[in-house]
Every structure is written in structure tokens, then in C-alpha cells.
Ligand binder design. Sequence first.
Ligand SMILES: [Zn+2]
Ligand SMILES: [Zn+2]
Length: 364
Amino acid sequence: MSFLLSPRLLDPEAREPGLIVDVRDQRRTLLFDLGELDRLPPRVLLRVSHAFVTHNHMDHFAGFDHLLAVALGRMARLVLWGGPGFVDQVEHKLRAYTWNVVQRYPLPLRIEVHEARPDGMGRRACFDSRASFARAEEATFPLDGDLLHDEAAFRVRGRFVDHEMPVLAFALEEKACLRVAPDRLAAMGLTTGPWLGTLKRALLTGAPADTPIDLRWRDRHGEHAMTRSVAELRHLVLDAVAGRRIGYVTDLRHSEANLEQLAGLLTDVDWLYIESVFLDADRAHALRKNHLTARQAGEIARRLGARALQPFHFSPRYRGREAELMAEAHAAWGGPPCKPPAGAASAATLAGAAPADRPPASAR
Ligand SMILES: [Zn+2]
Ligand SMILES: [Zn+2]
């Protein structure tokens, strides 16, 4: 069983913040934080559809300029989410440049910016290259609890933690994955194609039974096309497997209020990416800096029941001692031992069994 979302740290050595999540079968990427994005090749950045920013300290947002430079003329739409003041801060970035030729680019870019506020209200605005990125379509709206973004295959939730300023902690949740029975497909003389994704989306969103699905596929006899209803195709789906939940938590002080916020968002999380900035020997310094120690991060992972743990955002003062930070976090978590971060692809490969080998998470 392969899952929809494939996460990895922006910085394989785990010093810089940032998470990249590839959305399988959709040629799309999600970003969490916009830090040192020049680490990523343009072909990856051009697949970014949504970016979720925890807060606007420079190490989490300075990469916006690089993303914008790559996107101009080559990307049609970018959706951003951030915390209080985020719409203004994106506008300030855009206003810092002169846009006298961008209107002539054949592919216009529309940036849709959303901000969440701790009072439960949201605000949005659009910035379109055809209008020199002037602010437009501004609106305020009530947030739907902690739900920020919701689409057929996954959703993103966010709750505020305290870092001497409000910071968003995120949960990225895959919805159920539908498995198709190959023998039933063959019995109908069909082969896989993009239509299967359309069928799965129709089933996951509860589309009416008579919804038509256009089937197009190719085999050795050439191209084929037909239309069948959802009801006629429903039996191709074998079963549904619960999706995975990924937590991205960074830049917060150790406090009971923060732990409660995380418990509400991330209890039983499958993959937890959590900052582990300082060694616990420097706990007083960590508190002054509004960051966690590795041991505190591991204790939070244990309390949440995280199934895999990836510490990151290591302070430069521990350069060359990253293995100590990893070991301290993992000892406090109590999960399986991990490898050093360099070259690691994902939390799943670092800690515990590969996600495909673990039983599906129970219903949530
Ligand atoms: Zn930071
Ligand atoms: Zn910060």
C-alpha cells in the first residue's frame, strides 16, 4: 500500500526549518514554511500549490522571494496560509519590488493569501500579477475550528502555540486511501488511467450514483473511451485504508498551554516533525529563546503517542553534534533508535518501520 503524501525535511541535515510534501499522482508539492528554498530545484518549486507558514521570523519566510522569482511567468496560482498579520506581510514583500513589466508575461500569477487569527477569524486577499500584485478581493471570515484547508484527498489543520508570539502548529491529514482490485479491473477489460483518480475522488466526496465518469485508456489495441456511472464502477474499489497524519511543529516554548494545544491537534499522529533546537543541558537558555530542547520534544512525542519522530531546527551552536540532539529526543520519546539526519529522506525511514509496513491507523 502506498500512501498519497510523501514528506521530507527541506534540510537533510535538519538544521533549517521547512517540510516538503509531495502529493503522489497529482504532480503537486506542499510546503510548510518558506525558509531556505534555494535548496530546492525550480522543477520542485514549480509544483508547489500551497504553502503553510508557521510564523514570519526570517528563517521561516525569507524564501518567499526565491519562490516568487521562480514562479513568475511559470506558475499560475499559489495559495498561502499564515498567522495574524500574514496578508499584510505578504503585501509588504510584494510592494518592495517594481512591477512594470510583469503584466506582459503570458502566464499570469495569482497569489491567494489567507491568515488565521487566534480569535477564530480568518482574513484573505488576492494579489494578481496582471494588476501589478495590488491587493484585491479582501474579506474576513470565521474559521471552521482549526480546519484551514480541505480538499478531496487531504486536509490541513492549524492551532496556535506560543513563541512569545502566536505560531501555527500544523497537522496534515490524508483522507482514506481507496484500493482498487486489479482482477476486477481486468474483468471489465479496463486498465488504469487518470479516470481512476476521478472515480476515487467521486467516491470519497460522496458523489451521486449516476455521476458519469469518462474512462479513457490505452492498450495494445489502441485508444479507448467510454462513460460509466459511479454506480457501475463502485465495485472496482476493494477497500479503504485510513490515511496518515503528519505533524509539523516548530518554534514554541515549553509550556503546559502549548502542550494542550498540541494534544488537541496531534494526538496519535503518525509522523511528528518537531523542533529540537537545544540540548536539555541548555534548558534555561531554550526557555529564554522560546524554543524546545530535544528532550522536551521527545517527551511531547511520547505524550502525543507519535508513531515516528523527526527532530529538526537544530541550533548552529551544536554543529557537528546533531547526533546528540537526535539521541536525546529519541531517548525521551522511547521509540526505535534512529539514524543521523544527513541524507535521510523522511521520518518514517528514520524512526520505526516504514509506513507501508505498519498497520493502518485506527479510525479517528
Ligand atoms: Zn525558527
Ligand atoms: Zn521563530
